[in-house]
Design a protein around this ligand. Structure first.
Ligand code: MLT
Ligand code: ZN
Length: 502
């Protein structure tokens, strides 16, 4: 287990007060305070160790959320919004204790308008349910994180989630026209618009999307939809090694081909897929999954061009999925990569770095070098089309942690050196917070802290996310609390470290 920093928790009297206020405002049926009940809301899909909250509110309306944040503000305890809890950077882990507000019960698709091409949804709607509902109307909501069968719109909006189709269609932010949201003091905001165009005032909607639940809690979102592409073709391109597949990605981008998905799997990832019983040509040391969409004739032309470029880049073979069932099997294997690789070792970290597309071969070389130098097993797959690769670090021996820390910091430094970015879709959360200063200047971080303080002056809404808790040097040394900052926005009623239960 890596050394994670410790975080302050509210005092016992603040917790008692919060629980009393919550039960009075919401009634006991919507408030969980038992240790077992709270423990179920202590983790997400990141490597952040679970931390039980002190209370959980099962919100079924915006009014419930408003009551809950008012109680939390009065008692001065932290609030952590949570939709499906499928996040990968610790965003929904209540590291500083306090109250989790669970919005998964707010799962109504309130409107789908074919005329306006919009949908209005609550934060607990499961993404796959939204996909099915809009596609039944001939419409399309492109964002497709691979957890789409279990992740919810509230979390997608908080993290600005993306997925394979982001290559052509962009991430969640491109599709959020407006939000209804609640601030930590109970103020209700309606941001943005229902119209396709609009530039009135600051773009607060864009600011809230991707703010990782640190500025406001979404209660309703108005989403832009597009027409469902009439036809889709999925290609499987096999390469002898990952360098050849990296070259093909650069060549496809340079050739101006815009498939909707361009996914890369390296050799260790392919081996993991094979180990699950999926037959992949033994000669293949890397694979690209490429999907094109549009009118059927247009798909044929695009697919042909993709095939040519891949063969020129050294592909062994280019196969086309023959029917919907084959396509679905292929994508299911791709979507399962995260759990599949999770099962390969006792500990796993999945990074989601992004580099300029022409640097993909260099990044893959760097990963191989880091792995060889540190002895940490690494495998890479992901959204190569937009330069966003999931570099996974796997290990079993807890004594290997210092090497894992070295590997991570070398990876992050290499990515920033290539003018890349630390996170393409999972967010900073707690897992990368201490590395923020690698990418952003002190001046920019100071502005971001001021924005946080405008929305949340007492630092109660999802504290300890995004902003560093330790100095960069301490984080790179793996020093748990070294150089801890007491930055603006940190609650001051500290009584105990938070690695405990309720
Ligand atoms: C994915 O692309 O599969 C997801 O972002 C999760 C991950 O593998 O890290
Ligand atoms: Zn991904």
């Amino acid at each position: 287990m890596r050394q994670h920093p410790t975080f302050p928790r509210p005092s016992a009297s603040a917790i008692d007060k919060a629980r009393r206020l919550l039960e009075r405002a919401l009634g006991p049926s919507k408030v969980i305070t038992s240790a077992d009940g709270c423990a179920a809301y202590g983790s997400d899909e990141s490597d952040q160790p679970p931390v039980s909250p002190d209370a959980v509110v099962l919100a079924s309306s915006a009014a419930d959320i408003e009551k809950a944040v008012r109680a939390a503000s009065e008692a001065e305890v932290p609030v952590v919004p949570r939709a499906a809890g499928s996040g990968k950077s610790g965003g929904a882990v209540p590291v500083g204790g306090g109250i989790v507000i669970a919005t998964i019960g707010m799962n109504s698709i309130k409107e789908i308008s074919r005329e306006e091409q919009i949908a209005v949804v609550e934060p607990g709607v499961i993404l796959a349910d939204l996909h099915a509902a809009v596609e039944a109307e001939g419409l399309f909501y492109p964002p497709d994180p691979n957890s789409l069968k279990m992740c919810a719109l509230g979390g997608n909006i908080a993290e600005n989630a993306a997925g394979p189709r982001a290559f052509k269609y962009g991430a969640t932010r491109e599709y959020v026209l407006g939000l209804d949201a609640i601030l930590i003091d109970g103020t209700r905001l309606r941001t943005g618009r229902r119209t396709v165009k609009g530039v009135t005032g600051y773009d607060v909607t864009a600011l809230l999307v991707g703010s990782e639940g640190t500025l406001a809690i979404t209660t309703e979102a108005t989403l832009r939809l597009i027409a469902k592409p009439p036809s889709v073709m999925t290609l499987l391109c096999l390469f002898p090694d990952v360098r050849a597949s990296g070259r093909a990605v650069s060549a496809l981008v340079a050739a101006g081909v815009v498939p909707r998905c361009l996914e890369l799997l390296d050799r260790p990832t392919l081996d993991a897929v094979r180990a699950r019983g999926v037959g992949v040509d033994e000669r293949a040391g890397a694979m690209l999954i490429i999907e094109v969409d549009g009118e059927p004739a247009d798909c044929e032309v695009q697919a042909e061009r993709v095939g040519e470029v891949c063969m020129d880049a050294g592909a062994l073979d280019v196969l086309v999925a023959q029917d919907e069932a084959q396509r679905e099997r292929l994508w299911e294997a791709r979507r399962q990569l995260s759990p599949t690789t999770r099962a390969m070792a006792r500990y796993k970290i999945s990074e989601d770095v992004v580099v300029p597309r022409d640097k993909i071969p260099a990044l893959l070389d760097e990963v191989a070098e880091i792995s060889a130098a540190t002895g940490v097993r690494m495998l890479t797959y992901g959204h190569a089309g937009d330069g966003n690769l999931h570099v996974n670090l796997l290990w079993n021996d807890p004594d290997l942690v210092p090497q894992v820390e070295t590997a991570l910091s070398r990876l992050f430094r290499a990515v920033i050196g290539m003018r890349g970015t630390l996170s393409g879709e999972h967010g900073i959360g707690t897992s990368k917070a201490d590395f923020l200063a690698l990418e952003q200047s002190p001046e920019l971080i100071a502005i971001e802290r001021k924005i946080k303080a405008v929305f949340d002056p007492k630092g109660l809404l999802n504290p300890h996310k995004i902003f560093p808790r330790r100095t960069l040097e301490a984080a790179e040394r793996g020093d748990r609390d070294g150089g801890a900052e007491r930055a603006p926005g940190f609650p001051t009623h500290v009584v105990a470290p938070s690695h405990g239960a309720c």
